[in-house]
Design a protein around this ligand. Sequence first.
Ligand SMILES: *Cc1c(COP(=O)(O)O)cnc(C)c1O
Length: 441
Amino acid sequence: MNNLTLAERDKQYIWHPFTPQTLAPPPLPVKSAKGSKIILEDGTEIIDAISSWWVNIHGHGNEELAETIKQQVLNLDHIIFAGFTHEPAVQLAEKLMPLLPGEFSKVFFSDNGSTSTEIAIKMVIQYFYNIGETKRKKVIAIKGSYHGDTFGALSMADRNPFSAPFDDYLFDVDFIPFPTEENWEEVKTQMQSLCETEEVCGFIFEPLVQGASGMRMYKSEWLDDLIGIAQKYGTLCIADEVMTGFYRTGKLFATNHLTKNSPDIICMSKALTAGLMPLSLTICTEKIYSAYLDDDRLKTFFHGHSFTGNPIACALAVKSLEMLLSNERQGQITNIINRHTEFGEKVKKTKFCKSVRQQGTILAIEYDTEKETSYFNSIRDELYDIFLKRNLLLRPLGNTVYINTTYVISNSELDEIYDGLFDVFEIGIVTYKTNNLVSTI
Ligand SMILES: *Cc1c(COP(=O)(O)O)cnc(C)c1O
């Protein structure tokens, strides 16, 4: 197609997500991807340290998954999911059910994380509508939360500059503070006083790790207590495991860390299909489902999408789960956890490290902006560029750099990520850049 580069042709017609259209550099043209590596048009190999936006767990270009897709396409590619069913959807539900943290009963399919949380809150709201409990109109979320970009999901996420244009149209949510050692007693008291009014229908949370707001971590004991308070007063609890699911926190689900309570609804997506196809699940308890069992048609859950329960995506999820539970993959996950812990200790001592947090296979390192002498428009952009020039895809959230890789990443690839991080945190952005330690790309 004429003499334009891919980036130039892209610029003509394409609008990218989360991208300031005039400020962002042109997107990098990707030719292919294999394992934990992204290969650009000019042959440059970049290590994907964020597993392609937290989705890819078995590596790019996996043969077994490719074969699964091929066989499923040839057998059954798509079928309307109202009035029809198929083996991959049923198998996925059967295989997941015994692995879930608690007693769950029904799986509702959709195709991304945002719809999975929208569906969850709709399920909760209509649950109380169906049982005729009309005064429960409130929803509780945690400050800093992120549950997706569609309207309902956005309503349940913390208000921020990105949501400002829409704030007037979002439904009201009561936000409790993000729990810390300092404020825990206060958080508990707030939760208690909100819930005891018995006006709250749902409490939604990202268990143990708030992803988008900077990989912020909190104790499972606290979450256990918050769920306990909510459920004591009849509030239904929604675990948004869209990011935390599938061993990101060291267990299959983050809510598997809970010892006393379990959520009423669990949402999953991202790594569900190993990052190859869009799919999400909203899984609820029998208590919730039973409110929809009525001959009154108006008590039906009227929600669905064209791609609900897509067989190819379901077949992938079944295969991915089987691979995830294999001894090989479990060994790799343990290795990543141990190596992150070891590196965390090392990077903690660097000059520009403010704090290090780890939960399972996620390692987050905060850059100390106060120690930085120069003023930057955006520390985040500086860090992103430096790492990219070292052929590392790390996508900082504010001044927090995190690693959230595939599980097939090799020790030498991990070393390259660690070395890049260590250098920048040891000598600082300014020295790093002025000494031109930025290697070629
Ligand atoms: C990414 C994410 C979502 C939204 O998922 P999409 O597939 O991007 O719509 C929701 N909740 C959490 C916790 C997420 O990390």
